[in-house]
Design a protein around this ligand. Structure first.
Ligand SMILES: [Cu+2]
Length: 475
């Protein structure tokens, strides 16, 4: 096709006015440069594994998802007011198979507006559950779609404008697993809750009555807590056998970034990014996930020598998840050398940049291309099925700036470059969210399979609620 006819959309950010500032004087935002540590997990509670949601009907695949209020015993003997899907806190895991047609019935049983957003799912705009798809209290909506993307770990959460952060904080988040023939043939650990575990990391602040008081905890620059919940479990531990174990990590926090590593310094294999398998497993000693990013990793507990006091820890060595390793040797699952065949060096590399996104600001003064979200404004247009290169630039501010995790609805994209350099190996897979550091430029190749209006935004949920969001119309 003729690329010269494609017009540039977005901001011309050729003048990097902050470039000349003394780097030493650039300090990050206080709450993000000096992040409060998480309390160490004491490991007294086995981590809760979300139930797999049952299909309602044998002949057609129908799932029902209800957003509800409830009370949850997070602390022994204390009832905490929480939100959940089909339960009082968080949600179930919904398993989808590539190629099948699925109906999902969504019901709002809250006493406030909400939406059901399918993060990472490639569906048309009106099924995506963005802020334009409000369900009022008592309302429901059923939508049907064909699963048309490869195996991946996705998730769902609310997206009402200005209220997304609070509703997620209160507990609305669930998992979507997509499986396909290829994923089932690989021999990877896939026994749910036995050697294949989802781990949703969320930090919270509890008040002295052990309640989630969002308005008291809220930070306009991103709410950060001192208490870690994994799958809603306080002080979690995970019991595993001496075998290869697949951990599907989801950063479900409002704003906190995590750098996961084993306290022994042992390495692990990353096998999947947000939207599918990497071409080959990547051996890592640590991995950073910003809000909404996922990674599937495989830890071989049969190869780790020091299993006493073994734990998954954060960058600052706070203990996130102690492991209890049994003497039992496990299944003979494997990690094949070849997992996918995504090409990154092909024609996309030569496409011109046709969308420019400039992320800027802090607190409630956050913008994209100098503008705040306006539901009446379409910021970009793109043709269905046509790949365009988006350039995302994180413009520093007087304080230096902070990482913004940039997310596009309705599409999985490829990362072409970070500051004109090849992305790290573990980002050379399908992504729907990408961290962008201050003064960094990230180029991505984006193609939408479906039509409709989609959001793109910062996934620090308070930034999103404060208007760091735009809309693209795919025609
Ligand atoms: Cu942001």
């Amino acid at each position: 096709m003729d690329h010269s006819s494609m017009k540039m959309e977005g901001m011309d950010h050729s003048s990097k006015d902050m470039k000349d500032m003394d780097q030493d004087k650039m300090k990050g935002h206080e709450s993000h440069s000096n992040v409060v540590s998480l309390n160490n997990s004491t490991g007294v509670n086995e981590v809760n594994i979300p139930a797999e949601l049952k299909r309602n009907n044998k002949d057609e695949v129908v799932y029902t998802v209800r957003a509800q209020k409830g009370k949850t015993e997070i602390f022994d003997g204390v009832q905490t007011n929480t939100y959940g899907y089909n339960g009082s806190f968080l949600g179930p895991m919904i398993r989808l198979e590539k190629g099948e047609t699925v109906k999902i019935r969504t019901i709002n049983e809250l006493d406030e507006d909400t939406t059901f957003h399918w993060h990472g799912l490639e569906v048309s705009g009106e099924k995506d559950g963005g802020p334009q798809s409000i369900l009022k209290p008592g309302e429901e909506n059923t939508f049907e779609f064909k699963v048309n993307q490869e195996a991946a770990t996705l998730w769902f959460h609310p997206h009402p404008h200005g209220k997304a952060a609070e509703q997620v904080y209160n507990g609305l988040a669930g998992l979507v697993y997509i499986e396909d023939d290829h994923s089932k043939s690989l021999g990877l650990p896939n026994d749910y809750g036995k050697n294949d575990f989802p781990l949703i990391f969320q930090d919270r602040i509890f008040d002295d009555k052990k309640q989630l008081n969002y308005s008291a905890a809220m930070n306009t620059d991103g709410t950060i807590g001192d208490t870690l919940l994994i799958n809603g479990t306080l002080n979690p531990k995970l019991t595993v056998n001496k075998e290869k174990v697949r951990l599907r990590l989801l950063n479900g926090s409002n704003a906190r970034n995590y750098t996961f590593k084993l306290n022994t310094g042992d390495s692990f294999l990353q096998i999947a990014t947000d939207g599918g398998f990497l071409n080959e497993p990547v051996s890592l000693k640590e991995i950073t996930l910003t809000p909404s990013e996922r990674a599937e990793i495989v830890v071989d507990f049969s190869k780790i020598k020091e299993v006493n006091d073994l734990a998954l820890i954060n960058e600052d060595r706070s203990v996130l998840l102690p492991f209890v390793v049994t003497d039992q040797s496990g299944e003979t699952s494997m990690v094949p050398k070849k997992l996918n065949d995504l090409s990154l060096e092909d024609k996309e590399m030569d496409l011109p940049v046709t969308k420019k996104v400039e992320l800027f600001g802090m607190m409630d003064m956050v913008t994209i291309n100098g503008k705040k979200f306006d539901p009446e404004r379409i910021d970009f247009t793109q043709k269905q099925g046509v790949t365009e290169v988006w350039e995302i630039y994180n413009k520093p501010d007087m304080m230096g700036g902070m990482i913004h995790p940039f997310h596009i609805h309705g599409a999985q994209f490829k990362v072409l470059s970070r500051d004109e350099k090849k992305p790290p190996e573990n980002e050379q897979g399908w992504k729907d969210s990408i961290s962008v550091k201050p003064d960094e430029t990230v180029k991505i190749a984006v193609q939408f399979k479906h039509k409709g209006i989609y959001m793109f935004h910062c996934h620090i949920l308070e930034h999103e609620d404060n208007g760091m969001m735009g809309q693209i119309k795919v025609e």
